[in-house]
Design a protein around this ligand. Structure first.
Ligand code: ZN
Length: 214
């Protein structure tokens, strides 16, 4: 089960305290989506992943120090999310956390904040999800990661491309990729099959596994 408690935490930019949700326990009962978005109950804990200061507007991690200044938080691009009009408050918060990661030159955080922003856009039926996924794809090729994580990043990339309608690019980039691990190769074949049908729907790892049963 999910347990979330509010604790007063100090903002790393303005130094003021505010009550912030802290996740002490959660679980995922089912297969993740093909972009690794966890199933419930973990799926509904996103508001604890990035915190937002009600005093200065900083969005991000409250545990570490940051070079971000209050002037940066007052900038037009931060205040308006680069002019993106999101439906959800949480989508906006993840986008702001993305802008902060970009300013801090942390590419991995940039990527994950965009991915999480897209997930919240999905929940709110916000058409910005497509644009955010395209932006996330621009970041994924620049990331440095351990060889053992390559299969996960490739799987996420295939899903980002299909769900943002980049069907031809997905088919072109992934047709010759062999990961050598059955489930990942099945996922990629599944993505190519759906791309050929121009299908942008959300599927889970369970959908890939179950296709063999039919
Ligand atoms: Zn603050």
């Amino acid at each position: 089960m999910t347990i979330i408690h509010d604790f007063d935490q100090k903002c790393p930019v303005c130094g003021k305290l505010s009550p912030q949700p802290m996740l002490t326990s959660t679980n995922a009962m089912d297969y993740p989506d093909l972009d690794m978005r966890p199933a419930e109950m973990q799926r509904s804990t996103m508001h604890t992943w990035v915190l937002e200061c009600p005093h200065c507007g900083y969005a991000g991690n409250f545990r570490n120090e940051t070079q971000i200044t209050e002037d940066f938080l007052k900038s037009d691009s931060y205040q308006t999310c680069d002019g993106m009009e999101f439906i959800g408050k949480l989508s906006k918060r993840f986008y702001k956390a993305y802008l902060i990661s970009k300013e801090s030159e942390d590419l991995t955080k940039c990527f994950f904040n965009l991915l999480h922003c897209a997930w919240d856009c999905d929940d709110k039926n916000d058409p910005n999800a497509t644009k955010i996924r395209k932006l996330a794809v621009e970041h994924i090729d620049k990331l440095e990661y351990d060889e053992s994580e390559r299969k996960n990043f490739l799987a996420i990339k295939a899903d980002l491309l299909r769900r943002s309608g980049e069907f031809d690019r997905l088919i072109e980039e992934f047709s010759d990729i062999i990961i050598g691990e059955e489930i990942y190769d099945d996922i990629i074949q599944f993505q190519i099959k759906k791309a050929l049908k121009k299908d942008t729907e959300c599927y889970t790892v369970g959908d890939v596994k179950n296709q063999h049963k039919t």
